[in-house]
Design a protein around this ligand. Sequence first.
Ligand SMILES: Cc1cc2nc3c(=O)[nH]c(=O)nc-3n(C[C@H](O)[C@H](O)[C@H](O)COP(=O)(O)OP(=O)(O)OC[C@H]3O[C@@H](n4cnc5c(N)ncnc54)[C@H](O)[C@@H]3O)c2cc1C
Length: 318
Amino acid sequence: MTCFCRVKKKQMHKFYIASEVPSKQRNRNLSFRPKAYLKPTSIHQAVSLLSKHGEKAIPLAGGTDILVDKPSNIEYLVDITGLPLDYIRKGKEGVRIGALSTFNSVETSDLLGKGPYSILVDAARKMGSTAIRNVATVGGNICNAVPSAEFPPALIALDAMVKIVGSNGDRIIPLEEFFKGIRKTDLKTGEILTEIQIPILPPCTGTALFNISRSSVDISTVVVAVRVTIGKNGTCQKAKIAIGGGIGPTCFVSKACKLLQDEKIRDHLIEKVALEVSAELNPRSTSIRGSPFFKKEAVKVLVKRALRQALTKTGEEC
Ligand SMILES: Cc1cc2nc3c(=O)[nH]c(=O)nc-3n(C[C@H](O)[C@H](O)[C@H](O)COP(=O)(O)OP(=O)(O)OC[C@H]3O[C@@H](n4cnc5c(N)ncnc54)[C@H](O)[C@@H]3O)c2cc1C
């Protein structure tokens, strides 16, 4: 009560109890009242429950998106956090990251900390706050398919694939094909994403990620992820530039990389690629984080920075 006494009179109108809030100001998401909370203990059980309840059920992982969005049509929350999908492994076939790994596990992973995979650590560090990173999962981030997320461009730069399990079996598809638009994915009713698979990267591969966001906690206005592999003769064997920030359907892969193919990457070429990437972009004007003009200009700068840094890092891995 003491704190109420300190509030200036003209500010008092801001304090309502729920029933007093004028109807226009009421949060429409107050209707989020799922009928049931289900906690399967195996992937098979989770998939059966999701298939049984169809459109009325969703998987719940860290809940950092669901409990903000509060989808009002959902009746069954299928909590998948008890499934054995919280792991990061590196083997002959590459890196495998379980869908329930948190951003904190990625950020602190020794397996990912060095070499080209460290772009994932950089992306994880840019995600939200420590509290969010402790619970938010990589699977939830990908399935939410928000264009301004930092992690998907980093994964796409590394040619990541995703494993999807449903009642009809498994399928593995490139992450680029998984995204179908803003908040739209290739997941069918009853399916869950279980694993991210990243192939072994050749020697002399360097990666870099740069972003711009309004604050360190905010999701990105623009994010640029770059991967470059240099061959024995010093020319570029493979380059990939993935861009996030409301620019493409979800994450945009630039065609300008072909300008780098079989070329020695000199500064004038970096300038040319940056201009070309920016020219390719058609940012949506409805983004609340930046105008199309701002994003196109920002991308020019970030592509140059990322290409230069990735190139420097190729030397560390040769
Ligand atoms: C304060 C705050 C700051 C944030 N900052 C950022 C940021 O900087 N960058 C950023 O990218 N995001 C940010 N986010 C968004 C959010 O934290 C991430 O998208 C997070 O990774 C979502 O993961 P989760 O485990 O919490 O997903 P949940 O909320 O549990 O689920 C998200 C969606 O994915 C589905 N889902 C989850 N796991 C699976 C699975 N394995 N298979 C199939 N479907 C699944 C759910 O059904 C739901 O539709 C922020 C959120 C908050 C609240």
